[in-house]
Design a protein around this ligand. Structure first.
Ligand SMILES: O=C[C@H](O)[C@H](O)[C@H](O)COP(=O)(O)O
Length: 322
């Protein structure tokens, strides 16, 4: 992700009914810290929680005989790379596939070997991909993209035999959009206003283009030179919730603002100009393999959450053995 200077013509600002929504400043502190801003002490505890989760995830899913490992983006992934190097294993034959600029820097600075995603040999899946997440629900659906990296993360996750998420306790939720306020969506800039309008039609209240910290520098741009749109929606359901709401005639397709996570993800992805949606849904790698798919899945086979008391809670997909 890097800063970018916005150039919007006056006519562009007046051609969309979504204009007022787009010009509202996003609450970046809310995006980075969905709950009230933690104190310095609790921030230190949160970092410890991330590190604990990373150590456990690496212990369970890293193997020095692996040839290709995906490395995600964000603050937690730094601890995953640290945990891998701290093992002291011979990593000279392992190629680490980054999910963007920051991720590549983490790999390089750790003395590991990066390899671009498009240099993977034909038909080869990564042995494992590690990444952070912004929120993870009971079914292991994830929100990702809080740091503006989601497209390459999804690309890497779906080309790994197994995807493993590492997070702190703030990300452990029953449903998505419980504490984390918005769905990050990567959008080609020319289509940003029409996508905002379409998101409002889907029930999002006040979607906005994510701006950088420096107001005059304008929206942030992704590693692909696109915008991130942050779309708030009511808390997302999982299919088992529909049993209760069906009596109200709700199908989880937006009636009364109620969406099931997978239905909404597909609807947003279908909008012209949307490159990727920060909802990781569908199969996990084990399910994909069981169904004879050539790819992995968007959902993790396991998610590791570092808790405030030092414990690590592991949420594992059904039928997946660690
Ligand atoms: O865009 C960023 C990525 O999806 C991150 O993996 C996600 O935001 C979690 O980041 P962190 O580990 O900093 O909480």
């Amino acid at each position: 992700m890097r800063g970018w200077r916005l150039r919007i013509t006056t006519s562009a600002l007046h051609t969309s009914k979504a204009t007022s929504a787009t010009l509202r400043r996003p609450h970046l502190s809310r995006l980075l810290h969905p709950s009230p801003t933690p104190s310095a002490t609790s921030m230190a505890d949160i970092e410890t929680a991330k590190r604990n989760a990373a150590i456990r995830a690496v212990a369970d899913h890293f193997d020095p005989s692996f040839r290709y490992i995906g490395i995600g983006s964000g603050t937690t992934i730094v601890y995953v790379v640290e945990a891998i190097t701290n093992l002291g294993a011979d990593t000279s034959r392992i190629n680490f596939v980054p999910t963007g600029y920051q991720s590549r820097q983490v790999i390089v600075r750790a003395g590991l070997t990066p390899i671009a995603f498009d240099s993977l040999p034909k038909g080869v899946l990564m042995d494992v991909a590690f990444d952070g997440a912004d929120e993870i629900d009971e079914d292991l659906n994830c929100i990702k993209g809080g740091g503006a990296c989601l497209y390459q993360e999804k690309l890497v996750a779906t080309h790994a035999r197994k995807f493993v998420c590492v997070a702190d306790h703030r990300k452990l939720q029953k449903r998505l959009l419980t504490k984390w306020p918005t769905i990050p969506i990567e959008v080609e800039p020319l289509a940003a206003f029409t996508v905002l309008e379409a998101l409002e039609d889907l029930g999002s209240k006040g979607p906005s283009i994510r701006e950088g910290h420096i107001i005059k520098a304008g929206p942030i741009k992704t590693d692909q030179d696109n915008f991130i749109v942050d779309a708030p929606f009511p808390t997302l359901l999982i299919p088992s919730d529909l049993k209760d709401s069906q009596s109200d005639g709700k199908t989880g397709r937006g009636e009364g603002g109620v969406w099931v996570v997978e239905a909404l993800a597909k609807e947003i992805k279908a909008l012209e100009g949307v490159l990727s949606v920060g909802l990781f849904i569908g199969f996990n790698g084990a399910e994909a393999a069981a169904w004879g798919k050539k790819l992995g899945g968007q959902k993790p086979v396991a998610a590791y959450f570092g808790m405030m008391d030092g414990e690590v809670i592991v949420r594992t997909a059904k039928d997946v053995q660690l």
